[in-house]
Design a protein around this ligand. Structure first.
Ligand code: CAA
Length: 260
């Protein structure tokens, strides 16, 4: 990949964790087309890298991301939007097989809220604010906000947020089930890294199929999800990590997973 302009990517092969930082600080990390293409490419590469087992996406203390780039969209017609079809780039995020944690501080609005909801888990600082304020600029969420927010927090709160554009605090987001945890601002990256390390210590193949199965529950019906989950569970018995993991339990020692 060419050196990206709007994101910073770092990998730590000791911990097997990759960090993607959205990096348009002056624009509160507004998600323009190029940034999203860079994010897509970075995720594709990290997903294919066997030394990476968990990915963190973050912004900076002031903003995770304040939404899609309004200035870039403002003058577009419906046909322009259809032809550009920017949200197909976003689909690639949900195709990432490795677990993604959003580490959120400050604004996570519009596309920023949708981006962190597309990740698998959200760790937030006390200063985080979540919202879908598109209604205030005459549109509505377009990158999954009406669907993912509703599934996460339920109809009543999702409807209120989407129809009024109101923001909720990190504590409200935690109470509503939108995020995993809230910590003081100076700790949110550490907390995200801690969670990533815990996941990266597990069998990568089990993590991959478990993630796929949880998403299946989220996407489809319970019956379909149960069949899907069961097949993936049985499939894991074809691998060495299941043998190692279960043997280690019986032998009362720590497992050594190889991703095979
Ligand atoms: N797009 C483009 N630029 C943005 C932006 C966005 N989404 N959000 C902030 N910026 C820019 C501002 O224009 C400003 O730039 P200038 O200094 O050049 O004027 C800079 O970032 C700093 O922002 P503010 O001066 O507005 O900072 P603030 O602290 O006063 O307010 C804020 C912060 C409440 C987040 C405010 O910036 C805001 O309301 N931003 C827009 C939020 C929004 O509506 N998001 C939804 C976008 S549409 C979308 O995301 C569609 C979708 O479904 C994908």
């Amino acid at each position: 990949m060419q050196t990206p302009e709007f994101i910073l990517v770092t990998t730590n092969y000791d911990t097997h964790i990759a960090l993607i930082q959205l990096n348009r600080p002056k624009e509160l990390n507004a998600l323009n087309l190029q940034l999203m293409l860079e994010l897509k490419e970075a995720l594709r590469e990290l997903d294919a890298n066997d030394d990476v087992r968990a990915i963190i996406i973050t912004g900076n203390e002031r903003a995770f991301a304040a939404g899609a780039d309004i200035k870039q969209m403002a003058g577009k017609s419906a046909i322009d939007m259809l032809n550009i079809d920017q949200f197909t780039t976003w689909d690639s995020i949900k195709k990432t097989k490795k677990p993604i944690i959003a580490a959120v501080s400050g604004f996570a609005l519009g596309g920023g809220c949708e981006l962190c909801m597309t990740c698998d888990m959200i760790v937030a600082s006390e200063t985080a604010k979540f919202g879908q304020p598109e209604i205030k600029i005459g549109v509505m969420p377009g990158a999954g906000g009406t669907q993912r927010l509703t599934r996460a927090v339920g109809k009543a709160l999702a409807m209120e947020m989407v129809l009024t554009g109101k923001f909720i605090s990190a504590d409200e987001a935690l109470a509503a089930g939108l995020i995993n945890r809230v910590v003081p601002v100076e700790l949110y990256m550490n907390e995200a890294l801690k969670l990533a390390r815990e996941i990266a210590a597990q069998s990568p193949v089990a993590v991959r199929l478990a993630k796929e199965s949880v998403l299946q529950a989220y996407n489809g019906s319970l019956d379909e999800g149960l069949v899907f989950e069961r097949k993936n569970f049985y499939l894991l018995f074809a691998g060495e990590d299941q043998k190692e993991g279960m043997a280690a339990f019986v032998e009362k020692r720590a497992p050594l997973f190889k991703g095979k």
